[in-house]
Design a protein around this ligand. Structure first.
Ligand SMILES: Nc1ncnc2c1ncn2[C@@H]1O[C@H](COP(=O)(O)OP(=O)(O)OP(=O)(O)O)[C@@H](O)[C@H]1O
Length: 327
C-alpha cells in the first residue's frame, strides 16, 4: 500500500492534563498519530511512550476513557501512519475508528505493546516498546485480513461463550501465560453453574456446520488456539480458524490441567473448522456475550466474515507470512 506524501502543515491545539502531567498534542491533521492508552498493562509506560513518540515525530493522543481510541483514530483518518500504544483492546479500538472512517485504504497501522497480554502485537512480530518504534520506522508493511462481526471489525479473535465478568476478572498472570484462553479458563473456573450455549454454527456455502451445546467458540483471525506454542495464524489467507469446544459437565472442565487437556491432546470434544465466513446463532434464552479482541458485544446472532487483506500494518521480523498449519 502506498503512503501518501506529506500533508499540509498540521493544525495543533495543546491540551494539558488535569494532573499537570504531559501536554498532549492534539493534531488531527498530523501525518503520524499515536493513540496512547495510559492505563493498559501495568500503567507505567506513559512517560516513556511520550519520549519515544516525540523522537519519532508522532502526535500523541492520550485516552481518558474506554472508547476514546475509536474517536481519536476516526479523527486521524487523514494520517499516513496511526500507532496504537496499549493492549489488544486499544488496537481493536484504533482499527475500529479507522474502519468506521473508511480510512483503512490510505492509513497504515502500527502497534506499540503496552498492554497486559499483547497477544496481537506478538502475532505481528512486535515484542517490546523499543522494537515497536523501530518497526514503525523500517518494518515491512503487510496487508492482513480483518474479521468483521455484525459490521464491527476485529483483528485477533471473536469468542462466544464468555461473560463480561470473566474478562474483567482475568488476572495479568493468566493473560501472560494463556492470552485469550485466560478468559476461557477464568470462565470455567469461576462459573460453578456454567451452562454452555446451545448454538448453530453455519459456515460458508458447501463447508461444514455444527449444532449443539458449546462451551466456547473461538474464531481466530490473527491468532489460533493451541494452549501453548505458536499462536499466530495465517493472517493473509482470507480464512478463519474456528475452534468449537463442546460443553461438558463443569466438574470435568475445572482447572488449568483440564484446560490444557481440552485444547491439547484430548480433542474428542473439539471441532475445528476452516472457513471464510460463518454465523453463530444462540438458540435458546438470552442473547450471547461475544468478545471481539476482548471487547464485549451482546447478540443473539453473530455474522462473521473476512475482509481480506484490508488492514495495512507494520510487522516485525517474527511475523510469519505463511505459518505452519496446525496438525
Ligand atoms: N484512560 C482510560 N481509562 C480507562 N479505560 C481505558 C482508558 N483508555 C482506554 N481504556 C480501556 O482500557 C481497556 C483495556 O485496554 P487494553 O486491552 O489495551 O489493555 P490491557 O487489557 O492491559 O491489554 P491486553 O488486552 O493486551 O491484555 C480497553 O477496553 C479500553 O477501552
Amino acid at each position: 500500500m502506498t503512503e501518501r506524501s506529506a500533508l499540509t502543515t498540521p493544525t495543533r491545539r495543546r491540551s494539558i492534563r488535569a494532573d499537570g502531567g504531559h501536554a498532549t498534542d492534539v493534531g488531527i491533521e498530523a501525518s503520524r498519530v499515536l493513540v496512547l492508552n495510559p492505563v493498559s498493562g501495568s500503567a507505567d509506560h506513559t512517560e516513556r511512550i511520550h519520549e519515544l513518540a516525540a523522537d519519532h515525530d508522532f502526535t500523541v493522543r492520550e485516552t481518558n476513557e474506554a472508547g476514546d481510541a475509536i474517536d481519536f483514530a476516526r479523527e486521524a483518518a487523514d494520517a499516513d501512519l496511526v500507532a496504537a500504544a496499549g493492549g489488544d483492546g486499544t488496537i481493536h479500538e484504533v482499527v475500529r475508528g479507522l474502519y468506521d472512517a473508511d480510512a483503512l485504504d490510505s492509513t497504515t497501522v502500527g502497534v506499540v505493546p503496552t498492554g497486559t497480554g499483547n497477544n496481537f502485537a506478538g502475532n505481528v512480530g512486535v515484542d517490546d516498546v523499543e522494537e515497536a518504534f523501530a518497526v514503525l520506522e523500517t518494518g515491512d508493511t503487510r496487508a492482513i485480513d480483518l474479521g468483521i462481526a455484525n459490521g464491527r471489525p476485529f483483528v485477533n479473535s471473536a469468542i462466544a461463550g464468555l461473560t463480561a465478568d470473566a474478562s474483567s476478572e482475568t488476572t495479568a498472570d493468566m493473560k501472560d501465560s494463556f492470552g485469550v484462553l485466560a478468559y476461557v479458563m477464568n470462565t470455567v473456573q469461576t462459573a460453578a453453574s456454567f451452562e454452555g450455549l446451545t448454538l448453530d454454527v453455519e459456515t460458508a456455502a458447501d463447508e461444514e456446520s455444527w449444532r449443539g451445546e458449546a462451551a466456547f467458540v473461538l474464531i481466530g483471525n490473527g491468532r489460533r488456539f493451541p494452549v501453548e506454542g505458536h499462536t499466530q495464524a495465517d493472517m493473509e489467507d482470507g480464512r478463519f480458524e474456528v475452534t468449537i469446544i463442546e460443553n461438558r459437565p463443569t466438574g470435568e472442565l475445572v482447572g488449568e490441567a483440564a484446560i490444557r487437556r481440552l485444547l491439547g491432546t484430548d480433542t474428542s470434544n473439539i471441532t475445528r473448522l476452516d472457513t471464510t465466513s460463518l454465523s453463530v446463532s444462540v438458540r435458546d434464552g438470552e442473547p450471547g456475550t461475544f468478545s471481539l479482541d476482548g471487547e464485549m458485544l451482546s447478540a443473539r446472532d453473530l455474522d462473521v466474515e473476512t475482509a481480506r487483506e484490508a488492514l495495512s500494518i507494520r510487522v516485525g521480523e517474527g511475523y510469519e507470512i505463511d505459518p505452519e498449519p496446525l496438525d
